[in-house]
Write a protein that binds this ligand. Structure first.
Ligand code: GLV
Length: 325
């Protein structure tokens, strides 16, 4: 009998077809979001789950699905899943790294550019019919080229940011818990510094850490006060890495020049203070949202799920120790 899997949202057709060819698929097609009660009810008889970051997969959900072998998240971040609880039950958790690295870095770069060069304000100005003549003093921003980029979290996406910075002739500083090897530093032209130095010297601080207890509120009032008054904060990682209320205060009071955000502390809620700050660019968590990449993410998640159910090694497990048991 083919394995049975729950997919919590319609995925691109190629990924759906792959799943349907090798499994019995229970597709939840809305209305969104899937409630916890519905999730538990539909997961009870499933061997696999393909889910998104909107689903919280906690010990209660995992405990209600006795036959569950794999949770395949369609995202690189997996803070929506209790990985320890899954491992304790022998459930494999997988994510979708690599396929979204460049797309996510493209978007973080777009946020950086939009923030520095006031793209969103310009768009609003034109749409409001205010562009009645060319103005010398209109919407002056900050240069990007030749400036210093500070990358917090030097994983795949952080490194992809460093590569982009080279094309802009930027000086690149980075900080991470683990220092990159000398060859990577050389190739990317990136210098390892402590966090305080990065905050003090960067013109753009961009966050690319996963969310964990250690990175929650990695940036708060103390760090924002260490940044230059002319510097910008970019966050396309996870909202809770930044203390949003303290960021609002920092921008309002001019401790920093502005911010570009794709993620929020209590998503999809956005701190109301952000709405009135013109020097903050707000995006609705879309950094990996290109047609090409979303298809690759969905396909990889389905491949991960099917591999575990067919007794094979999944391409990108988060808790590979479960496979060795
Ligand atoms: C999106 O936020 C992801 O983690 O892939």
């Amino acid at each position: 009998m083919p394995p049975s899997i729950l997919i919590t949202r319609p995925l691109p057709q190629e990924a759906m077809s792959l799943a349907q060819a090798r499994a019995t698929v229970d597709l939840y097609a809305g209305p969104y979001p899937l409630t916890k009660a519905d999730l538990i009810a539909r997961l009870r008889d499933k061997g696999g789950l393909v889910c998104l970051i909107t689903e919280t997969i906690d010990a209660q959900v995992l405990g209600a699905a006795p036959g569950l072998k794999v949770v395949a998240n369609v995202a690189v971040g997996f803070n929506n899943i209790d990985v320890a609880a899954a491992a304790a039950r022998g459930i494999v958790v997988t994510n979708t790294p690599d396929v979204l690295t460049e797309t996510t870095a493209d978007f973080a770069w777009a946020l950086l550019m939009a923030t520095a060069r006031r793209v969103a304000e310009g768009d609003q100005y034109v749409r409001a019919g205010k562009f009645t003549r060319w103005e010398w003093e209109l919407l002056w921003g900050s240069d990007v080229h030749g400036k210093t980029l500070g990358i917090l979290g030097f994983g795949r996406i952080g490194k992809a940011m460093a590569r982009r910075a080279r094309g802009f002739g930027m000086r690149v500083l980075y900080h991470d818990t683990v220092r990159a090897d000398a060859a990577a530093e050389r190739e990317l032209g990136a210098t390892f510094v402590d966090r305080a130095t990065l905050l003090k010297e960067a013109d753009f601080v961009t966050v690319h850490t996963p969310l964990s207890p250690e990175t929650r509120h990695l940036i708060g009032a103390k760090e924002l006060r260490q940044m230059k008054r002319t510097a910008y904060l970019i966050n396309a990682s996870r909202g809770p890495c930044v203390n949003e209320a303290e960021l609002v205060q920092a921008v309002k009071e001019g401790w920093i020049a502005g911010a570009g955000l794709d993620v929020y502390e209590e998503e999809p809620k956005v701190h109301p203070g952000l709405f009135s700050l013109p020097n903050v660019v707000l995006a609705p968590h879309i950094a990996s949202a290109s047609h090409e990449t979303r298809l690759k993410m969905a396909t990889l998640a389905v491949e991960n799920c099917l591999a575990v159910l067919e007794g094979k090694t999944p391409p990108t497990p988060v808790n590979p120790e479960v496979l060795r048991k």
